[in-house]
Design a protein around this ligand. Structure first.
Ligand code: CA
Length: 146
């Protein structure tokens, strides 16, 4: 194997690991809005949680159960409107969605551009909510492990 092809193989391997890093989720209590939650997760070395599969949803739920429950809301890291959302921490369109029945309703009209897990009947499903909402119990950060 030439040096060039070895280097290419290593770079590709690193890219694959980076692209498919395992996310560890941690929920933090704190009555902060979306923007503060986003900054806090960044300051901890993670990102306000992106959830891209049912498996990741299950791990995010476990993180909440470690410190609280779903009778209250927990911010996760998507912004958007109606059913079009993007994960800000990883710059990806949200394709896995887990909204509660009747959500996202974006009410009052056009005002709900962030997402929380919880509330509304103690479900772990999602609800779109105002980004400056300050009554959430906390927020969930994701830490990508290599
Ligand atoms: Ca809503």
């Amino acid at each position: 194997m030439t040096f060039k092809s070895l280097c290419l193989a290593l770079c590709l391997a690193l890219f694959v690991v980076e692209a498919h890093g395992y996310k560890e989720y941690v929920a933090y209590k704190g009555k902060v809005d979306f923007y503060q939650a986003w900054q806090l997760c960044n300051s901890y070395g993670g990102h306000l949680a992106s959830i891209e599969s049912a498996a990741e949803q299950a791990r995010a739920e476990d993180a909440v159960r470690a410190v609280g429950n779903f009778a209250v809301e927990w911010f996760i890291g998507a912004i958007g409107a109606n059913d079009q959302f993007a994960w800000i921490g990883i710059n990806k369109k949200a394709t896995y969605l887990n909204f509660a029945a009747g959500e996202p309703n974006n009410l009052p009209k056009g005002a709900e551009n962030c997402i929380v897990i919880g509330a509304g009947g103690s479900t772990s499903k999602w609800n779109d909510i105002k980004c400056d909402y300050k009554q959430a119990a906390g927020y969930i950060c994701a830490f990508v492990r290599q």
